[in-house]
Design a protein around this ligand. Structure first.
Ligand code: ADP
Ligand code: MG
Length: 591
C-alpha cells in the first residue's frame, strides 16, 4: 500500500524539491551533460518518423530529397538509431552517477540526523514512519532525479517538436487529428487514474488482511493458549472474501478500460488513417507523408499519456522531499564535529528543584520539585511504586530529557554545560530489559568499549559472572545472539549488560530494576557481579527488594513524582507509618 500523498504542484512545493536538489548540485557538471545528451537523443529521435516517411516515398519513386535511394535512407535511419543508442548509454550512466551519489548523501545525512536527534523526537514519531522516510521516500526521490525529470523533459520535447512538425508538414490533417486524438488520450488518462484508485482499494484490503497474519503470527502463543485458531482463520477468510469482492469489481473496470483502449484509441488512429488516405487519394499528400504523420501522432499520443503519469510521479516526489526535509531540519542534540572533553565525571550528583513533564504529555507533572544529593562514590536507592518517577530521574541525569525547571548537576556543574557525549560516556546503565544487538556475544559486550582487546572482553565477562555460561556454548564468545541467534535467559542477558558496563568503566552507575525480573539463582549471580561493579562508583539503584536497598548509603522514597522521605534504611525503617516503612511492609508481604 502506498503511503505517499500527492502534493499540489505550486511554487512552494517545487521549492521543497529544490531543497533536495542541493544534494544534486555538487554533481552539477555531470547532471548538465546528462541533460544535454537527453536533449540530443530526444531531438534526433524526432527525425526518425520523418525519414521513415521519406523511405516510403523513395520506394514509390519520388526523388525530391537529398538522399535519393532506399539503401542510403535505411543507412540514415540506422545512423540515427546508432547516435541515439550511444547518447542514451552515456546519459543513463551519468544520471545514475549523479543520483546514486546524491541520494546516498541524503540517506547518510538523514541517518546522521536520526542518530543525533533527542529521545523526545522518537517519542513523537513512529519508528516505521522514520524508516520509511530513509528507504521509500529517498527511493522516490532517486527515481525522480534519475528518470522522471529526464522523461518529463523528453516527453515535452517530443510533444512540442511533434506538434510543430506535423503542423508544418500537413496542416489540414493536423487540425483533424488534434480535434480528435488528444481528447481520447486525455479521456483514457482520467479513466486510467480512476482504475488505479480502485486498485488501491484492493491493496488496502489486502494490507488489512496482512495485519491479521502479522499480528497472529507474532503472538502465536497467545492465539494458541486462547484456542482462538479457528476464530482467526474465520477472520482471515472473511478478509479474503472482501479482497476478492473488491478485486473483481476492479476487474470489471479494467476490462472496460481495455476494450475502450482497443476500440477508441486505435479507432482514433483508424479515423486519421481514413482521413489521411483520402488526402493521399486526392493527391494532397504522399503515402510517405501519411506514414510520417501517423508515427508522429503515435509519439504525441504516447507522450501525452506519459506526461500524466510523470506529473503524478513529481507530485509524489514533492511529498517525499517534504518528509525528508522535515527530518533534516530537526535540531540535533549534539553535532558530530563537536569537540568532546573526555574528562571523567568525578564528583557529586545534585537535582535542584526539578519540575518535569514529558514533552508528549505536558499536562502531567511527572516530577514535582525534586531535590536529591548524592556524594561521589555514594550508593543511593530510589524506591517507590511503579509510575512514581524513578526511571524518569535517571533519564534526566542522562539528559534524555531536559527538566522544565531546576538544574541537574554533576560535580557541581549544570549538566547543560557538560557535552552530552562526555556526560553519557561516563554513565553506565544496567536496565531491567537488556537490548542485545544481532551479532556475537563478544560484539555485544564490546559495545561498551569498541576498542577493547579480546583479553579485556574476556576479563569483563569474568567479572560479570558471565564467562561460565558463555564458555558453555559450543561457539563460546562467537555465539550469535539477537533475533536470529541463541535466546539468552534474563539473567544471562543481565550479565552481558554488566560485562558491557565493566568495559565501559563509568564513573556513575545506574541500576534500573536490574535484578527485578530474575529468579533467585540468577539474581544471586547478577547481584554478586553488580556489587563488584559498584565498587568505587557513584551508584543510583532502583530496586524493590529489601536485600538490595538495605545496604545503600541513602534512600529516597518517591510518591507520584514527589520525594516524601530520605535517609538511611535504619533511620527510615523505624518511622512507623512512614512511607518507607509502608513500602517495606508491602514488599515483605509480597515476597
Ligand atoms: N516517554 C514517556 N512519555 C510520557 N510519559 C512517560 C514516559 N515515560 C514515563 N512516563 C510516565 O511518567 C510517569 C513516571 O514513570 P517512570 O519514571 O517510568 O516510573 P517508575 O520508573 O517509577 O516506575 C508514569 O506516569 C509514566 O506513565
Ligand atoms: Mg521504571
Amino acid at each position: 500500500m502506498s503511503k505517499e500523498k500527492k502534493k499540489r504542484l505550486d511554487r512552494e512545493s517545487l521549492q521543497k524539491l529544490g531543497g533536495i536538489f542541493n544534494y544534486v548540485w555538487p554533481y552539477k557538471g555531470k547532471f548538465i551533460v546528462g541533460l544535454v545528451l537527453l536533449f540530443i537523443s530526444s531531438s534526433v529521435f524526432m527525425v526518425f518518423p520523418y525519414v521513415s516517411g521519406k523511405l516510403i516515398d523513395l520506394a514509390q519513386g519520388s526523388q525530391n530529397w537529398f538522399i535519393d535511394n532506399i539503401g542510403n535512407a535505411t543507412l540514415f535511419l540506422l545512423g540515427i538509431l546508432f547516435i541515439q543508442s550511444i547518447v542514451s548509454f552515456f546519459r543513463v550512466i551519468l544520471f545514475a552517477q549523479v543520483t546514486e551519489n546524491a541520494m546516498a548523501n541524503v540517506r547518510t545525512d538523514l541517518y546522521q540526523k536520526l542518530m543525533t536527534l533527542p529521545i523526545s523526537f522518537y517519542d513523537q514519531n513512529r519508528a516505521g514512519d522514520l524508516i520509511s522516510r530513509i528507504s521509500n521516500d529517498v527511493s522516490i526521490l532517486q527515481t525522480t532525479f534519475s528518470t522522471t525529470l529526464a522523461e518529463l523533459l523528453r516527453q515535452f520535447i517530443i510533444l512540442i517538436t511533434g506538434v510543430t512538425l506535423i503542423f508544418y508538414l500537413t496542416p489540414s490533417l493536423s487540425v483533424f487529428m488534434l480535434a480528435t486524438f488528444p481528447v481520447i488520450v486525455i479521456f483514457a488518462i482520467i479513466f486510467g487514474r480512476f482504475i488505479r484508485k480502485q486498485s488501491n482499494k484492493t491493496q488496502t484490503e489486502l494490507a488489512n488482511s496482512n495485519v491479521i497474519v502479522e499480528e497472529t503470527i507474532q503472538s502465536i502463543q497467545a492465539v494458541k493458549s486462547f484456542t482462538s485458531e479457528l476464530f482467526e482463520i474465520a477472520r482471515y477468510k472473511k478478509a479474503m472474501g472482501s479482497v476478492v469482492n473488491t478485486a473483481l469489481k476492479v476487474a470489471w473496470y479494467r476490462a472496460a478500460f481495455i476494450s475502450f483502449i482497443i476500440f477508441m484509441l486505435f479507432g482514433g488512429i483508424v479515423a486519421i488513417m481514413w482521413y489521411g488516405a483520402r488526402l493521399v487519394q486526392h493527391g494532397e499528400m504522399t503515402g510517405g507523408e501519411l506514414i510520417q504523420f501517423i508515427l508522429y501522432t503515435m509519439f504525441i499520443g504516447a507522450s501525452i499519456a506519459g506526461l500524466g503519469d510523470l506529473f503524478a510521479q513529481v507530485q509524489k516526489a514533492v511529498g517525499a522531499s517534504e518528509r525528508v526535509l522535515e527530518v533534516l531540519q530537526e535540531n540535533p542534540e549534539w553535532q558530530p564535529d563537536d569537540q568532546i572533553d573526555e574528562a571523567r565525571l568525578k564528583g557529586s550528583i545534585g537535582f535542584q528543584n526539578i519540575n518535569f513533564a514529558y514533552p508528549t504529555r505536558p499536562e502531567v507533572e511527572v516530577l514535582k520539585n525534586v531535590n536529591l544529593h548524592i556524594e561521589e562514590g555514594q550508593k543511593v536507592a530510589l524506591v517507590g511504586h511503579s509510575g512514581a518517577g524513578k526511571s524518569t530521574i535517571v533519564q534526566l541525569l542522562q539528559r534524555f530529557y531536559n527538566p522544565n525547571e531546576g538544574e541537574v548537576q554533576v560535580a557541581g556543574v549544570d549538566i547543560q554545560d557538560i557535552h552530552l557525549q562526555s556526560l553519557r560516556k561516563h554513565i553506565g546503565t544496567v536496565p531491567q530489559e537488556v537490548i542485545l544487538f544481532g551479532g556475537t556475544i563478544e560484539e555485544n559486550i564490546r559495545y561498551g568499549k569498541p576498542e577493547a582487546t579480546k583479553e579485556e572482553v574476556i576479563e569483563a565477562a569474568r567479572k560479570a559472572n558471565a564467562l561460565d555460561f558463555i564458555e558453555g556454548f559450543p561457539e563460546g564468545m562467537e555465539t550469535t545472539v539477537g533475533e536470529r541467534g541463541v535466546k539468552l535467559s534474563g539473567g544471562q542477558r543481565q550479565r552481558i549488560a554488566i560485562a558491557r558496563a565493566v568495559l565501559k568503566d563509568p564513573d556513575i552507575l545506574i541500576l534500573d530494576e536490574a535484578t527485578s525480573s530474575l529468579d533467585a539463582e540468577s539474581e544471586h549471580l547478577v547481584q554478586q557481579a553488580l556489587n563488584d561493579l559498584m565498587k568505587g562508583r557513584t551508584t543510583i539503584i532502583i530496586a524493590h527488594r529489601l536485600a538490595t536497598i538495605r545496604s545503600v548509603d541513602k534512600i529516597y522514597v518517591l510518591e507520584k513524582g514527589d520525594i516524601v522521605e530520605s535517609g538511611s534504611h535504619d533511620e527510615l525503617v523505624n518511622q512507623t507509618d512512614g512511607a518507607y516503612r509502608n513500602f517495606i511492609d508491602l514488599q515483605l508481604m509480597e515476597s
